[in-house]
Write a protein that binds this ligand. Structure first.
Ligand code: ZN
Length: 299
């Protein structure tokens, strides 16, 4: 019997053995970890956190209605809606829903929330096909990365502004992580001072193929252009779609009346971008080496 045969036989025996004792604890999947609930809270100015413990969703409150940025996973939508209501806000007051990028862990809840609020979805041209098709661009057949399709009502270009009730948000296109990755920026007031805030879309490689074939044409050049753009941005309040990117839990624990708002940290964004850039170049080199080895083996 070959080694493989022994292993196969052993696993058949293991399968045939009756189970004794308590069932093994169910290992939490990444999705379940992301979707762990958390209490909503006031971040700064007119911005509230209404997401899950791992996936951000922000509510911007204005005198003429509210704006929601990102909606986590499809299964997160009821949590986000309950969080908004817990803070005393009405779902029917949401006029716009925005999306940082068309990945199921940030766009998944959009369709449900749009349906329940009647809000208009504002997104970039680059992400429109993935949002409306409910797929991960370049991995269209991977069902585990799909999301409920949702119609885009208004397309934004780089530098476009969205204004509601005297409050303005600006779309900064930072493609790579997705073709239409959109970082939304705004000015926030705290303690009589103004600060520049940014929800940085993301520039991790995540599940993206950079080569052989790339997730989409031009992806490597897009990432590099985004690192250049981001390196020039002055950000006092750094937020992002994933809570750990900007240390949400740690900052939240530091919120105290009278103390400086822990979400104001002008020194945080640039080192974060430098690290994402370095990780990208390392990941790209690894993917290129793998593609080269594969091509050599095929010859
Ligand atoms: Zn993503």
């Amino acid at each position: 019997m070959t080694t493989r045969g022994v292993l196969a036989a052993a696993s058949l025996i293991a399968l045939a053995l009756p189970a004794f004792g308590p069932a093994p604890a169910h290992a939490q999947t990444q999705r379940e970890k992301w979707n762990v609930p958390t209490e909503p809270f006031h971040i700064i100015g007119n911005v509230y956190y209404v997401g899950t413990a791992g996936l951000s969703s922000f509510l911007f409150v204005t005198p003429e209605g509210d704006i929601l940025l990102d909606a986590a996973l499809p299964e997160s939508a009821p949590q986000i809606e309950a969080n908004i209501q817990k803070l005393g806000f009405r779902l029917s007051d949401i006029k716009y829903v925005l999306n940082s990028h068309a990945h199921f862990d940030h766009s998944g809840g959009l369709a449900q929330i749009k349906k329940d609020t009647g809000a208009k979805l504002v997104a970039s041209e680059g992400d429109k096909s993935a949002l409306e098709g409910g797929f991960y661009l370049g991995s269209e057949s991977v069902k585990a990365m799909s999301a409920p399709p949702v119609k885009v009502d208004r397309v934004v270009k780089d530098g476009d502004a969205l204004t509601l009730g005297g409050f303005t948000m600006t779309a900064h296109l930072t493609p790579g992580h997705t073709r239409g990755c959109t970082s939304w920026g705004w000015t926030v007031e705290d303690g009589g001072k103004s600060y520049s805030a940014l929800d940085f879309c993301s520039a991790t490689i995540a599940a993206n193929r950079l080569v052989d074939p790339p997730q989409y044409k031009g992806i490597v050049a897009d990432y590099r252009a985004t690192f250049e753009t981001a390196a020039k941005m002055k950000v006092d309040v750094f937020l992002a779609p994933h809570a750990e990117f900007y240390h949400l839990a740690e900052k939240r624990a530091k919120i105290a009346g009278g103390a400086p708002n822990p979400f104001i940290d002008p020194g945080e964004f640039q080192p974060f971008i430098a690290k994402q850039k370095a990780d990208f170049e390392t990941g790209l080199a690894a993917q290129e080496a793998r593609a080269k080895a594969k091509a050599a083996a095929a010859n």
